[in-house]
Structure formats: structure tokens, C-alpha cells
Design a protein around this ligand. Structure first.
Ligand SMILES: Nc1ncnc2c1ncn2[C@@H]1O[C@H](COP(=O)(O)OP(=O)(O)OP(=O)(O)O)[C@@H](O)[C@H]1O
Length: 359
């Protein structure tokens, strides 16, 4: 025996090393020998480990390479170079017959659900089971179990056109889980849904992860999705992963400009110049941003310091968020008082919480 149970546990379910995917350049100029790029590098030298049992989000703007990355992981396309290992199997160079086996161990859900319109819900769920050669009795049992799991036990004989978007995605999830895959790939799974339905579907995905132990890779451009379900997030730009880590870390201290823009869609950082100018028309005094982090100083302690120095304050921008059970937030305060008093108060505040004066 060369591998210990502990060694197996440490092995990621998905492991990408130096993965690049290029396509021939498609602009007419290129084909005629013009000056456009000879190749489009959709995924560029990507390393990524996804541990078994985790929810990994991949975010990026349109064209960043997210969907291409997913097609490499689910063995729909070969990488141009690098290593793609899924559940211990190196996909690079694998014959089509083996690739088909690998795909059976991976579930997929899509933005547009991709249900078979000519089949009832039951028929849609039976489809992957038939392909996998599951017998009729076992199909019955499994489909009934799946419908209960996704909360649609009474929709077995309904056709997709009579379902709401949220119900369709529940069927999509049930279908993806039919063959009990270890890995579920969700490509913009909630982007076509309204906010309430999005939350319901995200709750279901969390249950899939917690109750069934399914590892999930969720491609999205919505940071709300990342905040709600993911353990870790990787940010893609121009085919590369430019930043990655636990969701709390990336949200509370984003390093790259693209990441800051994404995080800024759900978490206020500090007012930009325009917002600051507008705030100054309504509030007097000096503006400071305080960065509260989990386990650090509490807001009430900071407010007590200001009070003790006789500095009046007003909360003018920002908020406190909860991510993965931990709180953090950025609050901008307008401080009113004599300069010397404000300086003394700020010196004390700075000692306990990162503080930045906005001028
Ligand atoms: N089959 C292909 N042939 C040529 N170029 C491709 C192909 N697939 C993707 N690309 C290019 O690769 C780049 C990354 O595309 P990809 O679809 O992976 O990005 P994305 O982040 O998923 O964006 P979106 O959210 O819009 O799908 C783009 O420039 C795209 O035009």
C-alpha cells in the first residue's frame, strides 16, 4: 500500500496544473494573414485545486475564460497543454471511451436549464439513468428519491413548459444528480432567475453539498452567489486566475482591481470621489473610513472613544456584512469637533482599527 487514508483525504478532487487552452484566431484578418492574434488563449496557465466536499466559485467578466475552464474539467474538450486531473484520473490523452466514463461522474447544470422539452420531468430524470444502463425498477426508485430531494414530488408528469424557472432549475439539479456524481459543475445556474428564486436554488445547492457531500464548482459573474454558497473563490481575467482564496479573505481584503470591482458590487468599500463630493454637501466635518474585521474591535468600542473625546459623528456610508458566519464591513463616518480633539480621538481609534481619512 502506497497511499494512506490521510493521503487520500488531502488529494483534491480536481487538480489543474499549468492548464492552457488556445483556439485558432477567428478574425478574418488572421485567416488572410492579417495582424490579429494567431491564436485566442481562452485559458492561460491555470493552476487550481478543488478539495472534495468544497464549493469553489469561479468569477470573471464575460470572456474571462470561465466556460472554457469548465469544458476542460468535464472532459468535453482537451487542454492544449497542462494537466487536468479529476478524481485521480489524468484527462489529458485519455481515449474517448474513458472520457465518457469520467463524464458520468460529473453533473452539469446550466443557465438555460437545457431540459428536454418533449419529455416530462420524469422523462428528463430517466434520461441519464437510461444512458448509464440503470434498470427500470431502480430508475423508479431513484427518480422518486430525486424529486423529493429537490422538492418537486408532484411534478413527475409535468412538462418543462409548465414549470417556472426555479422549478426548471430544480429539475436540472435533480437530473445532474441522477447518477450520484461526486462533482457538480454549475455554469451561471442562477443568472436567468429572479432574486427570490435565486436564493431558493442556492439553498438547494448548499443542501446538495452538505447532505450529499457533492463537490461543486460554480461559475458566476454574481458576487451574491459567491457570498451565499462558496467556500473558496477564484477570480479570472484574460484566461488567468488572478486571485483566489477563502471567500471571507477575498471579500475582506481584495488585492486586484478586478476583484475589488466584483466585491464592490455587494460590499461598500469607501465612497468614490463623486460620492464623497455629494456627501460633503450634506455633512460637515472630517470623513474617515474604518475597516471592521471579524474578531477585531467592535463598533461600540470605537464609538465610545469618539464620545470620550467629545467628537460628534455620523455614519454616512458603508455597512456591515456577514460572510461564512464572520462579520466585516467598512464604515465611513463624518467626524465633527475641534481639530485637536478629532486628531486625539483618531490616534486612539487608529490603534484598534484600520482607519483612513478621506480627503
Ligand atoms: N470554441 C472557441 N473558438 C474560439 N474562441 C473561443 C472558443 N471558446 C471560447 N473562445 C474565446 O475564449 C475566450 C474565453 O471565452 P469563455 O466563453 O470561456 O469566457 P467566459 O468567461 O465563460 O465568458 P461568458 O460568460 O461570456 O461565457 C473568449 O475570448 C472567447 O471568444
Amino acid at each position: 500500500m502506497t497511499s494512506s487514508p490521510a493521503g487520500d483525504a488531502a488529494e483534491p478532487l480536481v487538480r489543474l496544473r499549468g492548464v492552457t487552452k488556445s483556439y485558432p484566431g477567428s478574425s478574418p484578418g488572421v485567416r488572410r494573414g492579417g495582424t490579429g492574434p494567431a491564436v485566442v488563449t481562452a485559458v492561460d496557465d491555470v493552476d487550481l485545486d478543488v478539495a472534495a466536499g468544497e464549493i469553489q466559485a469561479i468569477v470573471g467578466y464575460s470572456g474571462a475564460g470561465k466556460s472554457t475552464l469548465v469544458r476542460l474539467v468535464n472532459a468535453l474538450e482537451p487542454a492544449t497543454s497542462g494537466s487536468v486531473v479529476v478524481d485521480g484520473v489524468e484527462l489529458t490523452g485519455l481515449p474517448e471511451r474513458r472520457l465518457r466514463q469520467v463524464r458520468l461522474g460529473i453533473g452539469m447544470i446550466f443557465q438555460q436549464f437545457n431540459l428536454l422539452e418533449s419529455r416530462s420531468v420524469w422523462g428528463n430524470l430517466a434520461y441519464p439513468l437510461q444512458i448509464a444502463g440503470v434498470g427500470k425498477a431502480e430508475q423508479q426508485r431513484r427518480i422518486s428519491e430525486l424529486l423529493h430531494f429537490v422538492g418537486l414530488p408532484d411534478k413527475a408528469h409535468t412538462y418543462p413548459r409548465h414549470l417556472s424557472g426555479g422549478q426548471k432549475q430544480r429539475v436540472g439539479i435533480a437530473r445532474a444528480l441522477a447518477t450520484s456524481p461526486k462533482l457538480l459543475l454549475a455554469d451561471e445556474a442562477t443568472s436567468a432567475l429572479d432574486p427570490d428564486t435565486t436564493q431558493e436554488v442556492l439553498e438547494l445547492l448548499k443542501r446538495v453539498n452538505r447532505e450529499l457531500g457533492t463537490t461543486i464548482i460554480a461559475i458566476t459573474h454574481e458576487m451574491d452567489v459567491v457570498r451565499t454558497i462558496a467556500d473558496r473563490v477564484a477570480v479570472m481575467e484574460k484566461g488567468r486566475i488572478i486571485e483566489s482564496g477563502p471567500v471571507y479573505d477575498v471579500f475582506s481584503a481584495p488585492r486586484e482591481a478586478v476583484t475589488r470591482r466584483f466585491v464592490g458590487t455587494v460590499v461598500d468599500d469607501e465612497p468614490d470621489e463623486v460620492a464623497l463630493e455629494e456627501l460633503r454637501t450634506r455633512h460637515t466635518g472630517r470623513f474617515v473610513k474604518l475597516a471592521f474585521r471579524d474578531g477585531g474591535v467592535r463598533q461600540s468600542e470605537v464609538f465610545a472613544v469618539l464620545h470620550r473625546h467629545g467628537v460628534a459623528f455620523e455614519l454616512v456610508y458603508g455597512g456591515i456584512e456577514e460572510i461564512q458566519g464572520a462579520t466585516f464591513g467598512n464604515l465611513t463616518l463624518a467626524l465633527d469637533g475641534q481639530d485637536a480633539l478629532v486628531d486625539a480621538a483618531l490616534a486612539e481609534v487608529r490603534a484598534v482599527v484600520p482607519t483612513k481619512e478621506l480627503r
